[in-house]
Write a protein that binds this ligand. Structure first.
Ligand code: AMP
Length: 174
């Protein structure tokens, strides 16, 4: 079996989590397997290398797991986008709609300098609300956003449409 198919086979479907009607893609079995974790990170690394980023930006929390490993492999910096209230310095913030209610994410104002070449990484693209807010935060910093990358994309939710004209790459589609 090819690595990508082994990764797909290791992703566990959990029905009705965190609420009824959601089929949750649980990546923990894949992350617990050393060879599959390396394989998944390798997909991002190969895709990022050619883009020559200065920084990898990861979205809390699973975007940290993949993003920091990619940054380490490429020798570039890692920048966290976190849930509101977690970052200690001056921040840009962006509120966005969840299925029920609102959420807000933040980035440090000095984390990315104007014109810096960045790739944004998260584990999974669903409705696109989170990634869209992260893209808007990066626009406020003046970063040059090269691409947004996900391990998994839920195609039927059409999240990439709300991300506009930013290049989007996902390695596994459902
Ligand atoms: P969204 O803003 O709808 O694109 O949701 C994106 C975030 O929520 C990602 O960071 C995922 O970690 C998480 N998420 C949303 N839906 C799922 C799902 N069905 N399975 C696993 N994670 C999900």
């Amino acid at each position: 079996m090819e690595t990508i198919e082994k990764i797909r086979a290791a992703i566990r479907d959990v029905p009705d989590f965190p609420k009824p009607g959601i089929l949750f893609k649980d990546l923990t079995p894949l992350m617990a397997d050393g060879s599959l974790l390396r394989g998944a990170i390798g997909l991002f690394v190969d895709a990022c290398r050619e883009l020559r980023p200065d920084k990898i930006v990861g979205i809390e929390a699973r975007g940290f797991i993949f993003g920091s490993a990619v940054a380490t492999a490429l020798g570039c910096g890692f920048v966290p986008i976190r849930k509101k209230g977690k970052l200690p310095w001056k921040t840009h913030g962006k509120a966005y709609a969840l299925e029920y209610g609102q959420a807000e994410i933040e980035i440090h104002q000095d984390a990315v300098t104007e014109g810096a070449r960045v790739v944004l990484i998260d584990d999974l693209l669903a409705t696109g609300g989170t990634a869209c807010a992260a893209i808007e935060l990066l626009r406020e910093t003046g970063a040059d956003l090269l691409e947004v990358q996900f391990l998994v994309e839920l195609d039927f939710l059409e999240g990439r449409i709300v991300l506009g004209d930013v290049p989007v790459r996902s390695f596994l589609h459902y």
